[in-house]
Ligand binder design. Structure first.
Ligand SMILES: C[S@@+](CC[C@H](N)C(=O)[O-])C[C@H]1O[C@@H](n2cnc3c(N)ncnc32)[C@H](O)[C@@H]1O
Length: 260
């Protein structure tokens, strides 16, 4: 993986409006069976996916075989709006409405590899969007908890995850502000944040398990931000409890709600 801004990845459109529910009631929309993920559609357009992720492996220098296998299994075309289905296997962010994007495949690969999810891990994602990153994590972790601020996108993600066969298995969804995380399900071994706050939300750091990894873009709206990897190396919430590394320069949509 290239580090420290050597690779600038532009994630996509900037969010200009904030029609979200704020601290709306959080609603769980998935069952919690713990059964293994069994995506039904992973053979659709497999050749396009193979070509895309061969190029991602080369360009982004992501070599973790579990991560690459997960990316090859998840049918990205089932997570983009139907009119954009033909473009699903371009290495680009694509609009999903409400000024938001499904992340660029290279960015998903880099972020997922950075947090190195293990099969027994509990993962938290902030910013469900299309549900694509949640599906990738579901291929790798024991359970995924994902929070989306914008209610219409939470419904979009739920439909996509159900259609691709993930929802009944390992993914739990909530609609609301992810700033405070998901305390009842904490601690998490992995936290992936897919919108950029100006600083890392402290409640998310608090919810990291011992040895847990958090990946997050940090920086002002509309400017180049830094993708940061935080690892819990000690107890408590002080500066000595975490190791922080900067991975690369990125541009993400802004974090909405309390972290804005
Ligand atoms: C780049 S998009 C997400 C991409 C998504 N992970 C995917 O795979 O499609 C960022 C998402 O974060 C959501 N978001 C922004 N701030 C949030 C917050 N405070 N809590 C939860 N979701 C948030 C946005 O509404 C948007 O859907």
């Amino acid at each position: 993986m290239r580090v420290a801004g050597a690779l600038l990845l532009v994630l996509g459109c900037e969010a200009r409006s904030d029609p979200g529910p704020g601290r709306a009631a959080q609603v769980s929309t998935a069952s919690d069976t713990g059964r293994p993920a069994a995506p039904k559609k992973s053979d659709e357009r497999a050749a396009e996916r193979e070509a895309l992720f061969r190029s991602v492996e080369r360009e982004a220098e992501v070599h973790d075989p579990r991560v690459l296998a997960a990316l090859r299994r998840v049918p990205r075309h089932r997570f983009v709006p139907a009119p954009l289905s033909d473009r699903a296997y371009e290495d680009r962010p694509l609009p999903i409405g409400h000024d938001q994007t499904i992340s660029q495949p290279t960015v998903v690969a880099v972020m997922t590899a950075a947090v190195a999810p293990a099969s027994t891990d509990r993962c938290l994602e902030i910013g469900t969007g299309s549900g694509y990153q949640a599906a990738v994590l579901a291929e790798l972790c024991a359970r995924v908890y994902s929070i989306e601020y914008l209610a219409p996108l939470a419904r979009f993600a739920e439909e996509n995850l159900r259609g691709a066969g993930y929802l009944e298995d390992r993914v739990m969804l909530r609609t609301g502000d992810g700033y405070r995380g998901w305390p009842e399900a904490a601690p998490f071994h992995v936290i992936v944040v897919t919108a950029a706050p100006e600083s890392v939300p402290k409640p998310l750091l608090s919810q990291l398990a011992a040895g847990g990894r958090l990946v997050i873009p940090v920086g002002p709206e509309g400017a180049v931000q830094e993708l940061e990897l935080w690892t819990r190396t000690g107890s408590g919430d002080g500066p000595n409890a975490f190791d922080r590394r900067t991975l690369m320069a990125v541009r993400f949509v802004p974090f909405l709600g309390e972290g804005r």
